[in-house]
Structure formats: structure tokens, C-alpha cells
Ligand binder design. Structure first.
Ligand code: GLN
Length: 541
């Protein structure tokens, strides 16, 4: 029997509902329960794959090749449970399904309506693939009061009825502090819950985000006006590290209140040792390193959410604090700008798309290679490192990627441009734009005696992809003669997956996104090794 927890948010957006959901999932898991988390997004895009990172932050890719909301990254990092396509849905996808059915005549002449057709489709999504889970946590995106989230709220209201005692509602709100009055204000929470109750949803638990301790009198007041038990008003105070969140919520009684709402009184106590260990390492590092991330969307850190976390995980594994310096790669297009890289202990060029700033990333790769600074190229960062090597080591001065337009030496290009055997495999059925992306988990075979073979401790791996272009196998021999080693290949040997530079302490490019699979309690080996190399570098400079 699976129990459902529906999580909504009120007052303002960006309260960290995804993190709160993930943290609750991890607490239930720590008590021995099997959990799964899902996200219902009210926007009309079919998936976030076509949205600019500035609109939406990172696109999180699952093993089964779905382009999903970045909150799924939090879920996976906090619970270790691999997210799937069936864990994220948007209004756009729901409407797309319904309109396709309508055009096929599936509704047999009936009128198609928000209630029941849209709400039924949302309910079906929430209830799908329960996998013997003890708890499924469904987070509804957006803020109470938004027009577009109404069908989702109506659907979960109905589910509350359908599931009876097996469903509860949690509402996350903000209790702002008014500095001039020196007071916390409960009114926005009261209004938000009133709005929710107007839709027919009575929350069982309130999580109140606040910058300050919420005094008992305010908790009492919130409880009274919102029709919630006082112990079920959980203060959610700001913390220094997101990995403290599960521990703090546990202290405030969140998991206890959830179990109580379900009338579960025989739950085992949680084993929080893994989180305690992570928090200890985050809070008491024995040193620090600085990593330059040379990218395009550096104005919005959410655009590189998983990457940022994976670097933190690499730090956790090495007991060091990782300071990230974000650089817009365009600055390195002017020659003397590389001085900014003089004092960093590692350079990372992350995934990216398009011409703008690409030459700056190549300049950063040149700097890393020639100055023996650890270099980690991810996806685009690998492709550009290969172009750099082609131009400066292999004597192919016009090497480039066809992503930037036709070029005489397409060292990076579409596979269809150099084979006649058909397009790269695609699993994206979601968008015409995304139709040619290689998405999701693919295996790779590593050379046993290579650096990455040692790092993974294995010669067969599986990692997640999201790219359209590939390193051109036809240049492999020339690049290898020039000193680059193609140490990871697709099992059929046709697609380069990893390159490394054996003449350099740590110079690795990977075609996939290792950051998507890194967890605080299970850091990705490439990030562990990269940060270790940065620690060594820090002893030199
Ligand atoms: N733009 C490159 C491609 O499509 C790299 C994509 C990425 O870094 N995710 O192949």
C-alpha cells in the first residue's frame, strides 16, 4: 500500500519546495521506507528541454532520457533513487496527450473539459508506477494563487478524497521578518492557507520558511488561524548548507508529524548517520580549493545546479571546501584575460550550446593544458578541448564544430555528417527541437590502463547524455598521435566518450554529464578525482 504526500507552496516562489520535498523523502528513507518523488509542473512547455537555462535553470536528464525539472536532481541527490521520465509532468504534456486523444476521436463525441479530463490525466500521472513504494511525494510547482496551477490543485484535492487516510497535504509558506517593526509576520501564511482551503485542501502540515526563529506564540497563532495542530507547524529556518536541511527538519519534528498524520505509530527511528557525516565534512573542511567554471549562463547559478553540487561532493570526499569562481567565457576571448585563471586550482568547462563564448572556452582549455592546471571538460567542454588539441597539437588549424556552421575540419559534428548509416539514436519524443539530441544513459567502455579506468575502477560504465554533436571518429588517429588518448568509447567503438591527456596531471573530457549522478553520500568518482587533483595543484601555487 502506497501513501501519498502532496506538497504545495504559498506566498512567494523560490522557497525551496523541491529541496524541502527531497529532504522529507530522505528522512522517510532514513526510517527504512521506500520512497519516490515526483514533480507536477503547471507551465505549458511539454518539458523544460527547450527552455533557456535563464528561464528555468538546469535541465535535469534522467537515465531513461527525459529532460526534466531541476528539482528531480534534488530528489535524486537526497534519496539516491534514480528519477525517471514518469516522475515529472507539465500542463503542456497533459494537454498534448488529451488533444492527441481528442483528434483521434477517443472521446467519442464528448466535450473535453478541464474537469474531469485534465484532472483525470493528472491523477493518472500521480498514481502511475508506484513500485511498491511506501511513500510517493508529489510536489506541485508554482505558488498558490497562480491561475495555471488550478487543475493540479483540483486533481490533488480529488486524490485526497479518493485515497482517504493514505494521502496528506503539506504546504510550504514564508514567514517574513519586518526589520523596521522587528517582527515576524504570519498573515501571508494565513492568507495562503485560506486560499488553499478555498480550493478544498486543508493542509495537515505547514512548513514555514523564515530567516528567524519562529516563537511559540507565532506557531500557536499560525496553527489557530490555519486549522493545523501546533506541532504540525514546522519552522524551516535558513541553513548554511542544503545538506543540513534533513537534520534540521528532523529536529523540528517534520518526519514525526508526517507519520502522525498517517497514524503510523510503529515507525523505526531514522538512521541519520550518513547525513551527519556529510554535514560534518561540509562544516569542518581541512582546506580549500578554487575551481574556475568557464561557462555561458554564469549569471544564474541554477543553470549549473547539479554541477555546483557535484563539485561540493568532490570537496566532501576530499575534506575540502570548494570555492567556485564563475567566469563568462567570453572574457577569455581577449588575450590577457587568462590572468584571471592564474590562481585557480582547477578549470571546468561545463555543458553548453552555441557559438557565443566558445573561443573563450577553448582559450581556457589551452591555458589549462599548457600550464598543467587540472582541466575537466564536460560535454561541450570535452568537444572544445578536442578542438583545442586538434588546432594546437595535431596541426589542424581550422578544426571546429559544425554546431558553429560549416567548416573544413569538422572535428566535432553530427554523426550523420560522416556516416551514412543514419542519425544518432534518439529517445526524445517530446519536442521537434530536441528530436536529434542523444539523451539519457548510454554505456561506454574504458581502457583499463587509462587514467579514467583507474578513477572508475571499472572498464564498463553508464552515464547520462544530452547533446547533439559528437567528436568525429575520423580524427581519432591524428589526435592520438598528437598525444590525446581516447580512453572511453561507445561499445560499438564509433563514438568517443572520454578523452584524456596522458602528458598532463589531470586533463579529462567526457561527452556525458557525470554531475547528474553525483550524490553527497556517494560522490561521483570523476569529481572526487578532479578535486583531489585541485588539492595537489593548490600545494604548487
Ligand atoms: N552543444 C553541444 C552538443 O549539442 C554540447 C551539448 C552539451 O554540452 N550538453 O553536442
Amino acid at each position: 500500500m502506497t501513501r501519498f504526500i502532496f506538497i504545495t507552496g504559498g506566498v512567494v516562489s523560490s522557497l525551496g519546495k523541491g529541496l524541502a520535498s527531497a529532504a522529507l523523502g530522505s528522512l522517510l528513507q532514513a526510517r527504512g521506507y521506500k520512497v519516490r518523488l515526483r514533480k507536477l509542473d503547471p507551465y505549458l512547455n511539454v518539458d523544460p528541454g527547450t527552455m533557456s537555462p535563464y528561464q528555468h535553470g538546469e535541465v535535469y536528464v534522467t537515465d531513461d532520457g527525459a529532460e526534466t525539472d531541476l528539482d528531480l536532481g534534488h530528489y535524486e541527490r537526497f534519496t539516491g533513487v534514480a528519477s525517471r521520465k514518469s516522475d515529472n509532468v507539465t500542463s503542456g504534456r497533459i494537454y498534448q496527450q488529451i488533444i492527441t486523444k481528442e483528434r483521434r476521436g477517443d472521446y467519442l463525441g464528448g466535450t473535453v473539459q478541464v474537469i474531469p479530463h485534465v484532472t483525470d490525466a493528472i491523477k493518472e500521472f500521480a498514481l502511475a508506477e508506484q513500485d511498491d513504494c511506501d511513500f510517493i511525494l508529489c510536489e506541485v510547482g508554482g505558488t498558490i494563487g497562480d491561475i495555471e496551477s488550478l487543475p493540479f490543485l483540483e486533481a490533488i484535492r480529488q486524490l485526497g478524497n479518493d485515497l482517504g487516510d493514505n494521502a496528506i497535504f503539506i504546504h510550504l509558506t514564508l514567514v517574513p521578518y519586518i526589520a523596521s517593526a522587528g517582527e515576524l509576520k504570519t498573515k501571508p501564511t494565513q492568507h495562503s492557507v485560506k486560499e488553499l482551503r478555498g480550493i478544498g485542501i486543508q493542509p495537515h502540515i505547514l512548513m514555514c520558511r523564515s530567516e528567524h526563529e519562529i516563537p511559540a506564540s507565532d506557531r500557536r497563532k499560525i496553527a489557530l488561524f490555519c486549522n493545523v495542530r501546533e506541532e504540525a507547524v514546522i519552522p524551516a529556518l535558513d541553513v548554511a548548507s542544503i545538506y543540513e536541511v534533513p537534520l534540521r527538519y528532523h529536529e523540528q519534528g517534520l518526519d514525526t508529524q508526517v507519520l502522525k498524520a498517517f497514524r503510523i505509530d510503529d515507525a523505526p527511528p531514522p538512521d541519520l548517520s550518513a547525513w551527519q557525516n556529510v554535514v560534518k565534512r561540509v562544516k569542518e573542511p581541512e582546506g580549500e580549493v578554487t575551481i574556475a567554471v568557464v561557462g555561458k549562463y554564469t549569471g544564474l547559478k541554477d543553470a549549473y545546479k547539479s554541477l555546483q553540487e557535484a563539485l561540493v561532493h568532490g570537496g566532501i570526499a576530499n575534506n575540502v571546501q570548494v570555492n567556485i569562481e564563475w567566469f563568462d567565457s567570453e572574457i577569455f576571448e581577449s588575450e590577457d584575460a587568462v590572468v584571471h585563471l592564474e590562481n585557480v586550482h582547477g578549470i571546468l568547462v561545463p555543458g553548453g550550446f552555441g557559438n557565443r563564448g566558445a573561443e573563450g572556452k577553448i582559450a581556457a582549455a589551452t591555458f589549462a593544458r599548457t600550464r598543467l592546471v587540472p582541466y575537466f571538460g564536460i560535454c561541450f567542454g570535452m568537444q572544445l578541448a578536442v578542438i583545442e588539441a586538434a588546432r594546437n597539437l595535431a596541426g589542424v588549424p581550422n578544426a571546429s564544430s559544425t554546431e558553429f556552421g560549416p567548416c573544413p575540419d569538422p572535428v566535432v559534428g553530427l554523426m550523420t555528417e560522416w556516416t551514412h548509416e543514419g542519425a544518432t539514436e534518439t529517445r526524445s519524443e517530446t519536442s521537434d527541437m530536441g528530436g536529434t539530441l542523444r539523451l539519457g544513459a548510454y554505456p561506454a567502455v574504458l581502457q583499463g590502463n587509462s587514467q579514467v579506468g583507474g578513477i572508475y575502477g571499472s572498464t564498463s560504465i553508464s552515464e547520462r547524455h544530452r547533446h547533439r554533436y559528437e567528436v568525429n571518429i575520423n580524427y581519432k588517429d591524428r589526435l592520438e598521435q598528437a598525444g590525446l588518448l581516447f580512453s572511453g568509447m561507445s561499445p560499438d567503438g564509433r563514438l568517443p566518450e572520454i578523452v584524456e591527456n596522458p602528458d598532463h596531471p589531470w586533463f579529462i573530457g567526457v561527452q556525458f554529464h557525470p554531475e547528474l549522478k553525483s550524490k553527497p553520500f556517494d560522490p561521483h568518482p570523476l569529481f572526487v578525482s578532479f578535486i583531489r587533483a585541485a588539492v595537489e595543484q593548490s600545494r604548487l601555487v
